[in-house]
Structure formats: C-alpha cells, structure tokens
Design a protein around this ligand. Structure first.
Ligand SMILES: C[S@@+](CC[C@H](N)C(=O)[O-])C[C@H]1O[C@@H](n2cnc3c(N)ncnc32)[C@H](O)[C@@H]1O
Length: 260
C-alpha cells in the first residue's frame, strides 16, 4: 500500500502512537548504546527517533518507499542514514546491523516473508530482528476498532484490517521462525494516544491515510457522515485517551556452526 500524504497528516493519524509503541518495541529488541540499528518502513521516523535517542543518530539507518516520509525522517533525525527503498530489497550489505526493527509495516509489504528474510540478511549472526503490527484482527487497536465497527454499520460486508499480515496472534512469530530466526519470542505491546476531543480523532481519518482513511474516501458524503456519527456515539465528550495493543515478535539471527 502506498502512503502518499504529508508527514504532518500521518503524525496526526498514526504518528501520535509512535512515542509509546517505539519505546516498547526497542525495549523488546534490547536496543542499547553501542549497537548499529535499522528501522524498516520508518514512515516519518517515530521509531527512528527512539532508536537515535538510544544509540545516537550516526548508528541508525532507516528505509521507506514514500519519498515525503524519507524527507521528513531525514530532517527529524539529522545524522541518520535514511534511504528510499522497500523491505523486500534492503539497500545494505549482509550483516550490516546489530538489530533490524519494523513497526506497523508488515501488513503493507508486497511480500512480508521476503521482507523478514531481508531484515535477517542485513543483521549480523547473533543479532536481533523484531517487528510489530496492531492487533486489528481481535480489535486491540481501539482507534481503528471504533472506526471499523462504525464502518460495518454502514457496510456490513467490509473486510477492514482483519487478517492482514502480522495482525493475528502468533503470525509475526511464525514468519520470523519461517525465515530461519532462532529463539523466537512473541507477545503484546501497549501504546496509547491522547485526543483533545472527537474532532481531533475524526479529522485525521479524512486525510485518506491507510486502509481506514482510503475506505472512508471511497464512500459517498452521506455514508461518510453515517460512519462519523457512529464513531461519535462510541466516544466520550471532551478529551480522551485511547489504548492500542500490538502483536510483536523478536528472534535471533543464527550463528553458523563453524563460528560457535
Ligand atoms: C503505518 S506506516 C508505519 C510507519 C512507522 N514505522 C511508524 O511506526 O509510524 C507504514 C509504512 O510502511 C511503509 N511501507 C509500505 N510498503 C513497504 C515496504 N514494502 N517496505 C518498507 N516499507 C513499506 C509505508 O510507506 C509507511 O511509511
């Protein structure tokens, strides 16, 4: 899926979850000073910033296919090696990193298994590969659950973001193990975002970002208004905070037996 909107709109839609989600994923991957790390599908750079705060921007690389996100990520993380490209063909040599991480990208890759194999290729033996995706299959990502529940009232047949790669329990771990990673561990990560009120929640959906925003854009004005009303009814008056659950998994790149 292509992300064509400006970085500032992404910030208001999904980027507001980055500070809490990125810190949780970096903790699970054991990112610490002295490591060289890669952010795959960086978007405007929420996870990149967290990685830079831990290891220094000069030890961080990032890649994304959306040119406007690459530009924003570069500007927000001076000194980081930010490149345009896709997970399936990472523009770095073998074993270039101690860890490769990816947040909220697997579902949007053309070939997620190839993306994971590439993350393993550019990570040194003994290094870590870690990825996460929102739990949109059982409704753990409240913002998207409120939206898709409302959308189903208007169009009961809508598929939403269920069963996309990485969004089902255990799916990321299975893909990491399938790519030959060892000691694979999985679980959940918690994130959250604050909203000043309903309009602060609703307006970013009208930017047509990701499956939810693009679905909304495809509806007639009347049906968009119906979805908005159903969302409004599901949320409180005044400011609120929404919780979000992501599935994650991490694994270790195997060390060749001769080197053990
Ligand atoms: C939901 S955003 C996540 C961005 C960021 N990682 C974050 O946590 O906010 C998905 C990102 O995946 C990128 N993307 C889509 N297809 C990709 C691919 N094949 N390889 C790498 N990134 C991809 C998009 O351009 C977009 O920036």
């Amino acid at each position: 899926m292509h992300f064509t909107g400006p970085a500032e709109q992404y910030d208001r839609f999904m980027g507001r979850y980055a500070p809490t989600l990125a810190a949780a994923l970096a903790d699970c991957a054991g990112v610490r000073p002295g490591m060289r790390v890669l952010d795959v599908g960086s978007g405007p750079g929420g996870l990149t910033r967290e990685l830079a705060s831990r290891v220094g921007a000069g030890s961080v690389a990032a890649v994304d296919p959306a040119p406007q996100f690459v530009a924003a990520c570069r500007e927000r993380n001076p000194g980081a090696d930010v490149r345009e490209g896709v997970a399936e063909e990472l523009p770095w040599p073998d074993a270039a990193f101690d860890a490769a991480l990816s947040a909220l990208v697997m579902a949007f890759m053309r070939d997620p298994d190839r993306g994971v194999r590439e993350m393993a290729r550019v990570t040194r033996p003994g290094g870590t590969v870690a990825a996460c995706m929102w739990d949109t299959t059982t409704g753990g990502m409240t913002m998207l659950d409120v939206f898709w529940t409302a959308a189903r009232r208007v169009d009961p047949g809508v598929r939403g973001e269920r069963r996309m790669a990485g969004t089902e329990e255990g799916d990321i771990a299975r893909r990491l193990a399938g790519a030959g990673l060892e000691n694979v561990l999985g679980g959940t990560l918690s994130a959250r975002a604050d909203y000043t009120g309903f309009e602060d929640f609703w307006e970013p959906f009208t930017f047509a970002i990701g499956p939810a925003g693009q679905f909304l854009r495809s509806l007639s004005a009347q049906r968009q208004a119906d979805v908005r009303l159903a969302c409004r009814a599901a949320l409180p008056d005044g400011p609120f905070t929404l919780e979000a659950r992501a599935w994650y998994a991490r694994g270790t790149v195997s060390v060749p037996s001769a080197a053990r």
